[in-house]
Design a binder for this molecule. Structure first.
Ligand code: FAD
Length: 412
């Protein structure tokens, strides 16, 4: 019996395991998936929790219900990957493999940010985990006015558009409460132009931020959170005062990657950006946030990669070379208020452009344009996630970017 072990039953790991189970004979291939718990969190929904638009318990489902029959699902903490001996050690056991897929994602590491733990849960909150999002929801509800700063500590971090969505929704939220004039909203980001390297997309988003009276600091890499002075300080000396700090702390790969000597020095795994194989490992693929490839750490990326990895791994099993197919494709909605959103679709070489998605010229979604239909897409994505993507079903959408219909300028 040949063995495939998948580390992490998150967005990428679950989809790949389910796809492989459909494709491989049960008699010849054993598939094991390991995760530390049975709680699969729909992470995009965490954005809505601080604004009372969603409760945390609606976002959590049992992983078991999304892992196909015929897959061995183990709940245990992964301690070490012995890549020399093709073996994974967990707290309670050991698992040998012929092929390994690593989908251990990334975690928040607020302890890496100087001064942050002094304010964590008091005046500084995040919305990136169920616990922190719920705590931030209480802090938002009791905020009586002042300076709210949304600060991204450093690159890389998962879902690069989430801080923009947060500050846009904060504008909507305080307007609804009739107290927008009492709140100063500020976004600080390490990106040079508010978003990743997207000149056109950044211009569109910066214009939207201006129209909402949101101020912006770019190239802001966090040096320190200062509890006494109630400010955040960047390495270049910029100081921003806050009353309520919403922060995306350092994002790091899981400890197991570092302890197994598999990271690139920045806690992420060196990965071929086109084949998605771990560099220097002939029988290991890496999916999602755990990689060091230069595209967004995003669920859409993990879904597209899951298709490519399944294709390449099945090819290798059948004696073919892995194909350099992945192009960095990522697709993200950007909520601009309750009821409206933008959409971006891009890859390593093509920045977000204007046009329609997914059917060129038709849509129904609009790229780099704020529409109600995009908002419907953002909400509808949750259904797609649980019912189509995680179970590893075919979406009939290509995992790579479709350039047809993309335009340098918006329609007049
Ligand atoms: C607030 C927020 C909003 C987001 N919005 C969007 C969005 O709108 N669109 C989008 O595309 N993406 C979005 N994302 C990003 C998206 O959720 C992630 O990029 C995606 O889930 C990554 O998938 P993954 O499989 O790499 O990791 P994950 O889904 O995080 O899974 C990693 C798994 O590994 C397990 N694991 C890790 N280490 C161990 C260990 N040592 N032992 C056992 N198990 C372990 C974890 O328990 C986890 O289940 C958002 C994220 C956040 C936080």
């Amino acid at each position: 019996m040949k063995k495939i072990v998948v580390l992490g039953a998150g967005t990428g790991g679950t989809a790949i395991a389910n796809k492989l189970r459909k494709a491989l004979s049960h008699d010849a291939w054993e598939i094991t998936v390991i995760d530390k718990d049975d709680n699969h969190v729909y992470q995009p929904g965490l954005l809505f929790v601080p604004f009372g638009l969603c409760s945390v318990n609606k976002l959590i489902k049992s992983r078991k219900n999304y892992i196909s029959n015929g897959i061995n699902f183990v709940i245990d903490r992964i301690k070490r990957i012995d890549h020399e001996k093709n073996r994974v050690e967990t707290l309670d056991g050991e698992f040998e493999y012929d092929w390994l897929i690593i989908g251990t994602g990334c975690r928040l590491a607020p302890e890496e940010n100087e001064g942050l733990m002094d304010e964590w849960g008091k005046n500084a909150f995040s919305f990136y985990t169920t616990e922190t999002a719920a705590a931030l929801s209480n802090a938002m509800a009791s905020f009586s006015g002042g300076k709210l700063v949304m600060c991204v500590a450093e690159l890389p971090f998962k879902c690069p558009v989430a801080p923009i969505e947060f500050i846009f929704l904060a504008d909507w939220y305080f307007k609804q409460k009739g107290m927008r004039n009492k709140v100063k909203l500020h976004l600080s980001t390490p990106f040079p132009k508010c978003m990743p390297n997207w000149p056109k997309g950044s211009d569109v988003i910066i214009a939207a931020a201006k129209s909402k009276n949101i101020s912006l600091s770019t190239d802001f890499a966090l040096q320190e959170v200062n509890k006494e002075g109630k400010y955040v300080l960047s390495y270049s000396g910029e100081k921003i005062e806050y009353d309520l700090l919403v922060i995306i702390p350092t994002n790091a790969g899981d400890e197991v990657i570092v302890e197994s000597g598999m990271d690139d020095g920045s806690t992420f795994i060196p990965t071929d950006k086109h084949t998605l194989k771990a560099l220097n490992h002939k029988n290991i693929y890496v999916v999602g946030d755990a990689t060091n490839i230069p595209t967004s750490k995003a669920g859409s990326v993990a879904h597209y990669e899951a298709e490519i990895i399944t294709h390449n791994l099945l090819g290798e099993i059948n004696g073919r070379e892995p194909e350099p197919k992945y192009d960095g494709h990522s697709t993200c909605y950007i909520v601009s208020e309750k009821g409206k959103a933008f959409l971006v679709d891009f890859n390593y070489d093509t920045e977000p452009l204007f046009g329609k998605y997914p059917i060129p010229g038709i849509g129904p979604f609009s790229l780099l344009k704020e529409t109600r239909m995009n908002w419907m897409g953002k909400l509808g994505f949750e259904w797609l996630y649980w019912n189509v993507l995680l179970p590893g079903k075919n979406t009939f959408l290509p995992p790579t970017l479709v350039k047809a219909g993309k335009k340098e300028q918006p329609d007049l």
